[in-house]
Design a protein around this ligand. Structure first.
Ligand SMILES: *[C@@H]1O[C@H](CO)[C@@H](O)[C@H](O)[C@H]1NC(C)=O
Ligand SMILES: [Cu+2]
Length: 221
């Protein structure tokens, strides 16, 4: 794995040779939009973000602005799905986050994020859900309005500290409808993920019997 990466880097193919994945599509209200219709584009092709202090952890490199992305209405309590161009390839957890914003087409992700879903491994065995699509439910009680909706897949296939965990991120622009009233407390990104988190440092190939997905607890109504 490591030697392959070195080889790929040497040949300038690091981004493409390896089958990385980008979450490009959002399904809301049962309708899948076109690629990047409601998901912000990124400028780092399919490379991950690895710097725990970077603002790129919010909405990926190049994702801090809208670049023509449109905001889609979605009912509180309904399901949303992110779909990638190709199935997830590196083992690790998937999480969904949201942040309430004044205008989803202008928001930069600097507002507090709350988590609405974790997809962790299944034990015994520690097997991961390596899929092309992941779904979450928009909490039924949250206040209506604009939000950024964020998916994060954390590749922990090259165990830390020899390897650096890889964040694969996309943000969608949504307008939640409904009569909810809750404004969940959130965490800032960057800041929510630390190099001391057990879910970041774990070696999934050795004595892998339990796992805590990094970030805050999942918000429930
Ligand atoms: C597994 O559980 C132990 C004991 O609670 C804990 O110290 C450790 O951090 C956990 N490991 C992971 C990867 O979450
Ligand atoms: Cu890779």
């Amino acid at each position: 794995m490591k030697s392959f990466t070195a080889l790929a880097l040497a040949s300038g193919l690091a981004n493409v040779a390896h089958g990385h994945y980008i979450f490009q599509y959002l399904t809301a209200n049962g309708v899948q939009g076109a690629a990047y219709q409601n998901v912000r584009t990124n400028t780092n092709y399919n490379s991950p973000v690895t710097d725990l202090a970077s603002n790129d952890l919010r909405c990926n490199v190049g994702g801090s602005t809208s670049s023509g992305t449109t905001t889609v209405s979605v009912a509180a309590g309904s399901s949303v799905t992110f779909t990638a161009d190709t199935a997830v390839y590196h083992q690790g957890p998937v999480s969904f986050y949201m942040t309430k914003v004044a205008d989803a087409s202008k928001a930069d992700g600097s507002t507090p994020w709350f988590k609405i879903k974790d997809v962790g491994p299944t034990f015994p065995g520690g097997t991961w859900d390596m899929s092309k699509s992941y779904s979450a439910t928009i909490p039924s009680c949250i206040a209506p309005g604009d939000y950024l909706l964020r998916i994060q897949q954390l590749g922990i296939h090259n165990p830390y500290p020899a390897g650096t965990p890889q964040f694969y991120i996309s943000c969608a622009q949504v307008k939640v409808t409904g009569s909810g009233t809750k404004n969940p407390a959130g965490v800032s990104i960057p800041g929510a993920f630390k190099a001391t988190d057990p879910g970041y440092t774990v070696n999934i190939y050795s004595n892998f019997n339990n796992y805590t997905v990094p970030g805050p607890a999942v918000f429930t109504c």
